[in-house]
Design a protein around this ligand. Structure first.
Ligand SMILES: [Zn+2]
Ligand SMILES: [Zn+2]
Ligand SMILES: [Zn+2]
Length: 161
């Protein structure tokens, strides 16, 4: 099943790039060609992209794709909050809420490998409270949950029917 069934993914890409332009302008940063293209390539789908895949794609397009260049671009995008690193996949995901402060809570589909972000303040509050019970102060917070996304569940249901 194509990931574009449920929505027009070009809208996601357009919005993400527009947000990136605005954020960089506000922060006095430059969205250089390689940074912009890296972001665009990461946004090609809702499946996180590994650094080496990104490197290969940039090389194909004739960018200076030496690993330091690519890692610097990734660092920039991460620091700007424009992408997230999904640790369990060792890959990078475009963020659709880059202009809002939020934690990285991810729903990862085992089947199509699409990743959805969710942001529930109630979970955040109870995590902070639980950690505090152990005298622990949270600094970073990432939740990566795996399962089956709505599209893949529908596809399975159709096969069974
Ligand atoms: Zn999309
Ligand atoms: Zn995000
Ligand atoms: Zn799926």
């Amino acid at each position: 099943m194509s990931e574009d069934n449920a929505h027009n993914h070009n809208d996601c890409i357009d919005t993400a790039l527009a947000t990136a332009e605005t954020l960089c302008l506000e922060q006095g940063q430059r969205l250089t060609k390689v940074r912009r293209r890296a972001l665009e390539l990461i946004w090609e789908s809702h499946r996180p992209l590994g650094a080496y895949q990104l490197l290969a794609k940039l090389a194909e397009e004739g960018f200076n794709s030496a690993p330091p260049t690519v890692y610097r671009a990734l660092d920039f995008l991460l620091n700007a909050g424009l992408i997230h690193k999904v640790e369990s996949m060792n890959a990078y995901l475009g963020c659709a809420h880059a202009d809002k402060e939020h934690k990285g809570y991810f729903l990862i589909c085992d089947e199509c490998h699409n990743v959805m972000e969710f942001d529930y303040q109630d979970i955040h509050a109870s995590l902070v409270a639980k950690a505090a019970q152990h005298g622990f102060e949270l600094r970073s917070e990432t939740i990566e949950l795996t399962g089956l996304c709505a599209d893949c569940r529908n596809a399975e249901a159709e096969v069974r029917a």
